[in-house]
Ligand binder design. Structure first.
Ligand code: ARG
Length: 401
């Protein structure tokens, strides 16, 4: 039987050419796998037809946008995940859901190998292949760009020579990856890290310098997940989309960073994640009133480690799973409403309420009727400072010898 290879297919030039390129280089039959993670653009049917037109023997297309929102974006929100304090893991969380569908398609169509269009310099090759090793340990991986010398110029020449039904003239100087959680843009002019991004780079956000009137929004959460916007019930996918629209119109969620890739390179990336950043801000503020202090402090550390694991392609790892269990446990009381104003590139919280809040007005108030016994503070401070005080008197004694 002819060997079969499933290919992660975007519908773009490189993966369209990869179908025939892999076929010629390996003699295998190629099955194109396209997964909708809310990236917008062409319909899955258009992409399916193109894959078949480019020589795929089968095309597997899946609308995974709700699955992606529920099972990938929501855990990222619960973790308040920002890699290196900035990046809400847009591309990093889409790879594992694509991997799930690649492995499913490989089983359905009897494929022995999985192919993807990544280069050998990025994180995504690691995320795909580590994910595939974990979910389908018997499957092999190949990357035509990295392993079969499929360069951009060769891709254009191949497409023209074979008359593939794909545009070869459109020149986009950037490498773009996008889904409902956000958008990532790199390469070209941006590789000079002193160059400011030009206007044409942005798509999910309007310029924050010229904002429309301020937009006040109330987001309701249940156990860490958004369930209503301005009182109207929403699914996680709808919440992200609605906030992409409203926060995007105000220029919220533009991020320009140089980040540390897993492969050891520092690289410059522009992100736009209006919905994600508005949601993470609101969620964090709700945690501030519903999570106990020590648990909250520890959770910040866990969230950071979680972000690193996910960035580094360890979505399906045991440690990530254990951290998920911790994070999930902290979300039990993260229920309530956050009111925020979206304006001029910022999402600023100006009100919060929760039936499971730990904010105690009677303890906090400076007005009469406060229930906090201030006389307890003196002794507490005395003991709290004791160990440092003992150490400093030792330091003075030693220095004086
Ligand atoms: N640097 C980001 C990451 O590793 C995004 C990668 C894809 N970016 C792109 N512009 N194609 O998660």
């Amino acid at each position: 039987m002819t060997e079969r290879i499933v290919l992660a297919y975007s519908g773009g030039l490189d993966t369209s050419v990869a179908i025939g390129w892999i076929g010629e280089a390996t003699g295998a039959e190629v099955i194109a796998v396209a997964v909708d993670v809310g990236q917008g653009g062409e319909s899955l049917e258009t992409i399916r037809q193109r894959a078949l037109g480019c020589g795929a023997v089968e095309a597997y297309v899946a609308d995974a946008s709700d699955e992606f929102a529920n099972e990938y974006c929501m855990p990222t929100l619960k973790a308040n995940a920002l890699y290196q304090g900035h990046y809400p893991l847009v591309s990093a969380i889409s790879r594992p859901v694509i991997v799930k569908h690649l492995v499913k398609a490989a089983r359905e169509f009897g494929a022995s190998t999985v192919a993807h269009g990544c280069t050998g310099k990025g994180n995504d090759q690691v995320r795909f292949e580590v994910g595939i090793q974990t979910l389908g340990p018997d499957l092999k991986c190949i990357a035509p760009v990295r392993d079969l010398a499929l360069t951009r110029d060769k891709a254009i020449a191949f497409a023209e020579e074979k008359g593939l039904p794909i545009e070869t003239t459109k020149k986009n100087p950037y490498s773009i990856d996008q889904n409902v959680w956000g958008r990532a843009v790199e390469t070209g002019y941006l590789e000079d890290i002193w160059n400011a991004p030009t206007k044409d780079i942005y798509d999910y956000t309007a310029a924050p310098e010229f904002p429309p009137a301020p937009d006040e929004v109330t987001i309701s959460f249940e156990a860490g997940v958004p369930v209503a916007i301005d009182g109207v019930k929403v699914t996680p996918l709808q919440a992200i989309k609605e906030l992409n629209r409203r926060a995007g119109a105000q220029g919220v969620g533009r991020i320009d960073v140089v980040e540390d890739r897993l492969v050891g390179i520092k690289s410059r990336e522009i992100y736009e994640a209006p919905g994600a950043m508005a949601l993470i801000t609101a969620h964090k503020h709700l945690e501030d009133i519903t999570i106990e202090r020590e648990q909250a402090r520890f959770k910040a550390t866990v969230g950071q480690r979680w972000s690193e694991l996910v960035y580094d392609g360890q979505w399906f790892s045991p440690l990530k799973r254990s951290l998920d269990a911790f994070i999930e446990d902290t979300q039990k009381y993260v229920t309530g409403d956050i009111r925020m104003v979206l304006h001029g590139g910022q999402a600023i919280v100006n009100g919060r309420r929760s039936g499971t809040s730990l904010y105690d007005f009677d303890l906090a108030t400076y007005d009469t009727g406060d229930t906090f016994d201030q006389s307890m503070a003196r002794g507490f401070i005395e003991l709290w400072g004791m160990s440092a005080k003992v150490a400093s008197s030792r330091d003075l004694r030693v220095a004086g010898q």
